[in-house]
Write a protein that binds this ligand. Sequence first.
Ligand SMILES: Nc1ncnc2c1ncn2[C@@H]1O[C@H](COP(=O)(O)OP(=O)(O)O)[C@@H](O)[C@H]1O
Ligand SMILES: C[C@@](O)(CCOP(=O)(O)OP(=O)(O)O)CC(=O)O
Length: 493
Amino acid sequence: MAVVASAPGKVLMTGGYLVLERPNAGIVLSTNARFYAILKPLYDALESDCLAVEWMDLKVNSPQMSRETTYKMSLKDFTLQCSSESKNPFVEYAVQYSIAAAYATLDKNKRNKLLKLLSQGMDITILGCNDFYSYRNQIEARGLPLVPESLAILKPFTSITFNAEESNVEDCKPEVAKTGLGSSAAMTTAVVAALLNYLGVVDLPLYSTNQKNDKSLDLDLVHMIAQTAHCIAQGKVGSGFDVSSAVYGSHRYVRFSPNVISSAQEDVDTTPLDEVVGDVLKGKWDHERTNFSLPPLMNLILGEPGSGGSSTPSMVGAVKKWQKSDPKKSKDTWNKLSEANSALEAQFNLLSKLAADNWDSYKAVITGCSMLKSEKWMEQFSEATHVEIVKALLGARDAMLKIRFHMRLMGDAAGIPIEPESQTRLLDVTMDTEGVLLGGVPGAGGFDAVFAITLSDSSTNLTKIWSSHNVLAMLVREDPHGVSIESDDPRAK
Ligand SMILES: Nc1ncnc2c1ncn2[C@@H]1O[C@H](COP(=O)(O)OP(=O)(O)O)[C@@H](O)[C@H]1O
Ligand SMILES: C[C@@](O)(CCOP(=O)(O)OP(=O)(O)O)CC(=O)O
């Protein structure tokens, strides 16, 4: 029986860099761009009950990268032997940690069933939605216009463009031309979820369009294993907002204390992996997760400026260096950023409340503003309830302008392009478009996609403006669903 699990990509709307340190919060929106892991046994089940299996065969397929890798995994110490050069550490650690978690959590009665499943080997196919990658080159090569309709023509799960190797060194470009939706976190989470579900450790819900199940203990287990595997594969402990949103969907995130994972990193060479994972599962996971969703009638839009993306770890390194070299100024900038982040969150929460309290007024204001530039919003309305809503919209814009200002200051001081000049020009035009509430650089910034929040049906205004600025509006939208089980192979849809 195959198991198909999926996990979403994300956009960190506020909290870039700050979310690396507790108790700063980040607001992360999950998207309808998902990674899928399709897990099947390689062989039929053994007839006999004699289960003295010591090795498990593993095959990992990544059709979009034209990669197929075979491994043998020791069931004594969970080490992997790889048949070739091409490796995928995210998937490898996800497999090792998930199987070790099954050993650590399943009682003796269930061990035989586990061994039987492992003796059948595993075939894992990994697929990422097109939105995770840049297809600009392919669109240009086909002579198609830079509009979302051209992206819609591409087959689902199209092959990925690799950045030229020289540019990886000089410009700190990532390996693949990515858009910044967090491919490695969504991929790791999907693989962990598929494995834990297949091995009977968790029983995850099916993806359904109207249910958001974010309280389950099973999700917490997937979160702990995926977070640990992802950190160890990356060789660093990031804030973890990307794995958290891949598991739980959109939310307000405050990071876990790094020592829940750093002790696993230290013990991993000296202690059996199932014990290390057992300790991780018993650790004091103190991350915070609060519900957050965009107010009604607002849409998240992403634009791909076509520069191949930026490498987040090198940007984070530069900011940390600046914090050490200039503690006073960096603290001051972070305080101002933190205030602006909180202000934006407060305006969004206020708008959600105003929508709930007085839907008709809210709808009238959002629809009215969606056709106009922001400078004209206030003069349209005189009724107190309407004016209050417009004030909240303008308050959100104002907070975003402050966030952008301090992000630029941080970039200048740290010597890295957090909001590069080209993105500043683009975002100024974006925020001056009819029906656009705000726009910014998500996450670490740089040359990944930019985001905008648009009102009601106004997105096509922005799509056209972006196209005239050589920016490709992507098809991706917010979708609050976290990790799920799928009823079918996504290629069958
Ligand atoms: N479809 C895929 N199949 C296999 N591995 C993938 C796929 N997409 C991305 N990856 C892996 O994830 C890495 C990108 O992760 P990372 O640099 O952390 O970017 P992101 O910001 O998108 O998470 C790639 O270098 C590759 O190893
Ligand atoms: C700087 C950060 O706070 C945010 C980075 O966010 P991105 O969304 O830019 O991340 P990538 O998916 O790796 O490109 C680092 C962190 O929180 O770990």
